[in-house]
Design a protein around this ligand. Structure first.
Ligand SMILES: [Zn+2]
Length: 295
């Protein structure tokens, strides 16, 4: 098991994808977002249609210029090799895919990863627009979060501001429908093997829970890059996020467990109690879930 994990993690390190970056193939079909020329983030192909039917991001043109210098690595772990300590966590079996369907999709501590998927078509309850700053102005799908997480995000951003730290939301909720259409497109154009490398299998993106948000700051030009973790904003978030119920979901050094690269920008709401425990014990959500399972 240990050896298997090691081997798997090696493969992961060689070909790692951002957890958020599951559908950013610029050739993928877009609903309305015209930002395909940028390598800005995983989000560029995941923007949903807004009320105007336009992407209309006021900073879209700005982002084009700054996005080109800091592309996120676009490689990906093969989900089949992403064996983690969580693989025996309570879920009922899915089809032949080896991916399990989570039993408690609405739980704020639900584990969603490459081996644990949300039920097909799952839409989280009470999606709202958090009242925090975004580097674009439109009320589009990816701005949304579940209300409980949105409130926590607002509190956290306000506290950060009090400490002179200015944070921006970038990308939260991503619908199953959106994920599915991107994945299906990639299967059609690239084949199944490649599709699972460049896009998340529908239901396995944590963004679909409505409990995750990618955040950023001016210091990294509103981009989603690992450098965020070294900036004052990223450091503040790493230190204080748990006080508001958030964890850094993909920490450094835990890549073989989460199956994803270090992502200082991707925060996940799990509630203050769980977040504090996870923070104090330097755990991942996978490890936390395993502990809960065994206790
Ligand atoms: Zn993310």
């Amino acid at each position: 098991m240990k050896t298997g994990l090691k081997a798997a993690s090696l493969v992961l390190m060689i070909s790692m994808l951002t957890a958020c970056g599951t559908d950013r193939d610029s050739n993928a079909p877009k609903l309305t977002n015209p930002k395909s020329s940028t390598s800005r983030t995983h989000e560029e192909t995941s923007t949903a249609t807004n009320a105007n039917g336009t992407n209309g991001s006021t900073k879209a043109s700005d982002s084009t210029s700054y996005s080109e210098k800091t592309p996120i690595k676009s490689d990906s772990p093969d989900s089949k090799t992403a064996e983690s300590s969580s693989s025996k966590i309570s879920s009922k079996s899915d089809s032949a895919s080896g991916i399990q369907v989570v039993k408690d999709p609405t739980s704020i501590t639900v584990l969603v990863n490459k081996t644990h998927k949300l039920p097909d078509g799952y839409v989280p309850p009470h999606l709202v627009y958090p009242k925090v700053a975004f580097p674009y102005s439109d009320l589009i799908e990816k701005r949304m979060m579940r209300d409980v997480a949105a409130k926590a995000l607002e509190s956290m951003f306000a506290a950060a501001k009090n400490d002179g730290i200015v944070l921006y939301g970038e990308s939260g909720y991503r619908s199953y429908i959106r994920q599915e259409s991107v994945y299906a497109y990639n299967v059609k154009t690239k084949g199944k093997a490649q599709a699972s490398i460049v896009s998340a299998y529908p239901g396995t993106s944590e963004h679909q829970t409505g409990l995750a948000m990618d955040i950023t700051a001016a210091d990294v030009q509103d981009d989603l890059v690992q450098a965020f973790g070294s900036e004052p904003e990223g450091k503040w978030v790493a230190k204080h996020a748990h006080e508001y119920g958030f964890i850094i979901r993909y920490p450094k050094g835990k890549e073989s467990i989460t199956g994803y690269e270090y992502e200082p920008w991707h925060i996940r709401y799990v509630g203050v109690k769980a977040a504090t425990y996870i923070y104090e014990h330097h755990l991942t959500l996978e490890e936390y879930a395993t502990q809960k399972e065994n206790s």
